[in-house]
Design a protein around this ligand. Structure first.
Ligand SMILES: Nc1ncnc2c1ncn2[C@@H]1O[C@H](COP(=O)(O)OP(=O)(O)OP(=O)(O)O)[C@@H](O)[C@H]1O
Ligand SMILES: [Mg+2]
Length: 219
């Protein structure tokens, strides 16, 4: 479904030095990969990898394809790719702080019409129905994280790219979210999840590790 080929990427350190994070990295999300856990030490590049997959980070060399076509580079086409096919949960949630939880989730709906009802339903699925009219600035970390998950899945994207999506949740809520992800996988939604949680990694159908600037499959 998604494929990265020969990806190399460097970043510039605050002191001006250039450091390579990926070198000839390859990754394929096959149609039958229901969920892939991306593991690796802090700073190894998990968030960077998800940003590349989502089309947010275009500063790399190599080839990114989605369903056999190269990722478009034109702004409008790229926005369409992100809107129509990809759901994203970022590590910092990125909610609009002065908007309500409901309005934030509605932003994940490709169509305006009917979005309020869909967004309410998605909030219910993550146990945040009671927070619909709360401004995002007034949500706790775990509440904000669940709203961000609702926003990522509400449009029923083909692929959800989730960066530490349960990092702010207690164990019970994490298990609820993992159950929701399982349910969505059985409807065809695919997940790539960067995580430090062994519980999350164990639930995924495949585990990959960023090591020495490349991805290796784990058993
Ligand atoms: N915009 C940037 N400019 C310079 N360096 C960056 C930038 N973004 C990330 N980096 C560096 O790239 C490396 C990979 O960062 P990334 O955030 O992808 O790691 P990570 O595996 O997600 O870490 P964590 O587990 O802590 O979330 C880090 O060394 C980070 O300091
Ligand atoms: Mg990260």
């Amino acid at each position: 479904m998604i494929s990265l080929d020969s990806i190399s990427k460097s970043v510039r350190e605050p002191n001006g030095q250039v450091r390579s994070i990926f070198e000839d990295l390859r990754f394929t999300l096959a149609d039958d990969d229901r969920s892939v856990a991306v593991l690796g030490r802090s700073g190894s590049g998990k968030s960077t990898l998800l940003r590349i997959l989502s089309g947010l980070d275009l500063e790399y060399s190599g080839v990114h394809t989605f369903v056999g076509s190269r990722l478009p580079r034109r702004r409008g086409d790229l926005a369409r790719y992100r809107r129509d096919h990809i759901g994203v949960v970022t590590q910092s949630y990125d909610l609009l702080s002065d908007r309500t939880a409901l309005a934030n989730v509605q932003l994940g709906c490709p169509q305006r019409s009917g979005s309020a009802a869909l967004a309410r339903r998605a909030l219910g699925l993550v146990g945040a129905g009671h927070l619909a009219s709360r401004r995002a600035a007034r949500l706790s970390g775990g509440e904000a994280q669940r709203v961000a998950i609702a926003r990522a899945v509400v449009g029923r994207p083909a692929v959800v790219l989730a960066d530490e999506p349960t990092g702010a949740l207690d164990e019970e809520t994490e298990l609820d979210v993992l159950q929701l992800f399982d349910d969505l996988q059985s409807t065809g939604m695919r997940f790539v999840i960067a995580t430090h949680s062994s519980r999350v990694a164990e639930r995924c159908s495949r585990r990959v590790l960023i090591r020495d600037r490349r991805l290796v499959d784990l058993a």
